[in-house]
Design a protein around this ligand. Structure first.
Ligand SMILES: Cc1cc2nc3c(=O)[nH]c(=O)nc-3n(C[C@H](O)[C@H](O)[C@H](O)COP(=O)(O)OP(=O)(O)OC[C@H]3O[C@@H](n4cnc5c(N)ncnc54)[C@H](O)[C@@H]3O)c2cc1C
Length: 385
């Protein structure tokens, strides 16, 4: 008699839940995604798609190992997605420039150079003249910059569209407009989820991948998982293609140029719960940073703005792995500012781990139930705005 495949109920159809579903299916398991709204319309859609943590030198080394492993998977993943789905996620090695200005409050240069050497990220140090040659739109008082030429970006909506097309092709079950409210547990074993509309979905294991909402749901099912929303607003500009050549990142804002001349200006960091919408103050702050750092973009047109809720954690690190004391319950959530960068390795590790293969990287600092040291540098921002 054939043994039926292990059925995994995945709570949340963002990039983490979706990519993990695909990997589980490739390992012969039977994933089902349960999504409260529509697939991929929350943080994973809203993000800027920069494939590099904001200041990686502030994180523990195990995080940098995780990032390196994930980014190494992107070239093959994007090719695979493009050829299977016909949709390109527009993975683009536009490079990342961090310019320096006389009025900078903090100088990250030495820390950035040390980290790049330790984790083998090629980096170039530019003086003021070279900066203007490489990025002519930057303000005239730039004193120099660091450039990481290998840093890439993706366009989140396209990445999600490609992944979701593949899920359809693979006949992976997706249940939309279905909110998970609780777990089914049979004799100490998690055996599925309960939905708000009264339905039950039975499964051999459950993966909590509900992004910013994971903390709330965890509380409802009696586990401690301090994931909270950190709101980020973005303004989309239209400029001439090629006018900005690199992703430009500064403490006050970042700017992400797409191939077609769109430029994303991001992003606020707000602890305001799930209060949606763009605000005058945050949009103005980002546009002030734009005109200060890249005055040449002052004439670009504003196309639209949006926001999303990053799944934040007090120590800035995701929760990855089995939940202690709840057999069959797993978590892949709290990716905060790095969920798109970390999606490939998350899907890889979690799917194999659920299949009985221990991770090849040290996961101790990502485990649910770990002892946490809150950090206002990489965890929740201090000031609520
Ligand atoms: C403005 C902004 C900029 C960002 N920039 C970057 C960047 O440049 N690079 C980077 O790597 N990351 C970036 N991020 C972070 C990144 O987008 C997130 O870490 C990542 O998308 C998290 O993915 P996720 O699948 O965990 O969450 P989500 O995409 O939020 O998906 C979670 C899903 O779970 C569903 N859900 C919630 N509760 C339930 C329930 N009870 N039942 C069923 N479904 C439920 C939600 O509806 C949602 O669709 C940014 C985020 C924002 C907001």
């Amino acid at each position: 008699m054939a043994i039926s495949p292990v059925r995994v109920a995945i709570i949340g159809g963002g990039i983490i839940g979706s990519l993990t579903a695909w990997r589980l299916k490739q390992l012969g398991m039977q994933p089902v995604i349960i999504e409260r709204g529509r697939m991929g319309c929350e943080s994973s859609w809203a993000g800027a798609g920069i494939l590099c943590p904001i200041q990686p030198w502030l994180y523990p080394d195990d995080f940098s190992h995780l990032v390196n492993a994930s980014l190494a998977m992107y070239p093959e993943l994007q090719q695979e997605l493009t050829s299977l789905s016909g949709i390109s996620p527009e993975w683009l090695q536009s490079g990342l420039m961090v310019p320096f200005f006389p009025d900078d409050k903090v100088n990250h240069k030495q820390a950035a150079l040390d980290w790049s050497q330790r984790f083998q990220w090629p980096v170039a140090e530019l003086d003021a003249e070279q900066v203007h040659h490489h990025e002519p739109l930057l303000a005239g008082d730039t004193t120099g910059a660091l450039v990481w030429p290998d840093v890439a970006q993706v366009r989140n909506p396209r990445l999600l569209a490609a992944v979701h097309t593949v899920l359809q092709q693979q006949q992976i079950e997706v249940i939309e407009q279905a909110e998970v409210t609780g777990l089914i547990e049979v004799a100490d074993q998690v055996a599925g989820v309960e939905l708000a509309d009264g339905r039950s979905i039975h499964a051999d294991a459950v993966l909590l991948a509900a992004g910013s909402w994971s903390g709330r749901l965890a509380e409802a099912i009696g586990i401690s998982l301090p994931v909270q929303p950190v709101k980020g607003q973005i303004v989309l500009l239209q400029s001439e293609p090629g006018s900005l050549r690199h992703i430009v990142k500064h403490d006050s804002a970042y700017f992400v140029p797409r191939n077609d001349g769109h430029i994303l200006v991001g992003a606020s960091m707000e602890m305001v719960g799930f209060k949606a919408g763009n605000t005058v103050v945050e949009v103005q702050t980002m546009l002030n940073a734009l005109t200060r750092l890249l005055p040449g973009l002052g004439a670009a047109s504003i196309e639209r703005q949006w926001m999303g809720f990053r799944p934040g954690t007090p120590d800035g690190l995701p929760f990855l792995g089995p939940v202690p004391g709840r057999h069959g319950l797993w978590v892949a959530s709290g990716h905060y500012r790095n969920g798109v960068a970390l999606a490939p390795i998350t899907a890889h590790i979690i799917s194999r781990w659920m299949n009985g293969e221990p991770p090849e990287l040290d996961m101790s600092c990502f485990l649910p139930g770990r002892t946490m040291l809150a950090s206002d540098k990489i965890g929740f921002p201090v000031a609520a705005s």
